[in-house]
Design a protein around this ligand. Structure first.
Ligand code: HEC
Ligand code: HEC
Length: 289
């Protein structure tokens, strides 16, 4: 039977446990440790009273200070919205050029424009705005309807060949084949001339025959050398950037019955501030004019 006793070397009481003659001292906890421990208990009690702490069935104990992380987030969001409001008001009030040359407004507009683009435009123009056949690439500096801020704004706000907007950009390449303006041979010759303009492989004598027909029928919109006309949305034919495909069959098909691409107008669906941000964003992509 082990018994408690006072150890003669340390002067401390033993616990009464002994193994093979080795006895266990009952050394008290250090004071500093004990007081720290008590302090944490007091802190925990105080915390539970002051802050939300104990789970209840459908809520928690609210705490006397009325703190709520949810309310905190709400205030932060309000503050952020208020900060944005300042930018939004300025974008609404200033001309496009002033937005582009103000660093703060520009970065705000680029971010807002990029997210509005992802939601409204990427279906047709692609998420990187690189476009697809019939949907122009907006990253290059080749513009159907002009690449100045004002040009781009007009295109986005009122669309292209969009029936429900009387300010929509409009021009229609005639259906030379379907409407019997040119016969098959003439279309074939003009196509060779267009291939020649674009420095593609072509039949030289047919292209020569097509040259005059081109001047009579096409130059009014696409210009004599094929450089196009942004006032009419007529693409340049003498470069490597094509709205549709640049192969012989597609060129003939376009002369037979043109595509008449449609771009929706956004003025009725998006706020003007959003259209302005989109304009600045699109302008920045393509190295606008
Ligand atoms: C339903 C498909 C569609 C959607 C959605 C669409 N576009 Fe277009 N967009 C087109 C087509 C097609 C054209 C080319 C029209 C033509 O043949 O002239 C075009 C042309 C443009 C042009 C003129 C490019 C140039 O070279 O002049 C701009 C700028 C443009 N879109 C921006 C936008 C923006 C910004 C949005 C989103 C708010 C958007 N588009 C949404 C189909 C679309
Ligand atoms: C009234 C103006 C107008 C006339 C005239 C015209 N075009 Fe066009 N052309 C356009 C427009 C606008 C487009 C854009 C695509 C669309 O709307 O279908 C276009 C597109 C094209 C394209 C496709 C270009 C690309 O980048 O994919 C070709 C090729 C073309 N035209 C050839 C001709 C030829 C050849 C003639 C003469 C026989 C001609 N066009 C006459 C306005 C015209």
């Amino acid at each position: 039977m082990a018994t408690k006793e006072v150890d003669e070397h340390s002067g401390t009481e033993t616990t009464g446990h002994a193994w093979d003659g080795i006895k266990e001292l009952n050394t008290p906890l250090p004071r500093w440790w004990l007081w720290t421990f008590y302090a944490t208990i007091v802190w925990a009690v105080g915390y539970c009273i002051a802050y939300p702490a104990w789970p209840l069935i459908s809520s928690v104990t609210p705490g006397l200070l009325g703190y709520s992380s949810r309310a905190n987030v709400a205030t932060q969001l309000e503050e952020a919205a208020a900060a944005q409001q300042i930018y939004i008001e300025q974008i609404g009030a200033l001309p496009l050029e002033d937005i582009r040359t103000n660093d703060d407004l520009l970065s705000f507009a680029l971010a807002g424009g990029a997210s509005a683009f992802a939601v409204n435009c990427s279906q047709c123009h692609g998420s990187g705005a690189a476009g697809a056949s019939g949907y122009p690439n907006l990253n290059d500096d080749d513009w159907l309807w002009g690449g100045t801020l004002d040009d781009i704004y007009l295109t986005i706000a009122h669309g292209v060949r969009f029936d429900d907007d009387s300010d929509s950009r409009y021009s229609e390449m005639p259906a030379f084949g379907r409407d019997g303006i040119l016969n098959r041979e003439e279309i074939s010759d003009i196509s060779e001339h267009v291939l020649a303009l674009a420095t593609q492989e072509h039949d030289a004598s047919a292209a020569e025959r097509g040259a005059e027909l081109y001047v009579e029928n096409c130059a009014v919109c696409h210009s004599d050398n094929g450089s196009g006309d942004t006032a009419l949305g007529a693409p340049a034919l003498n470069d490597a950037i094509w709205l549709y495909s640049r192969d012989r069959a597609s060129i003939r098909a376009q002369i037979q019955v043109p595509n008449h691409g449609v771009m929706p107008a956004w003025a009725h669906r998006l706020e003007d501030v959003t259209i302005k941000q989109l304009t600045v964003y699109v302008h920045s992509l393509g190295g606008g004019e």
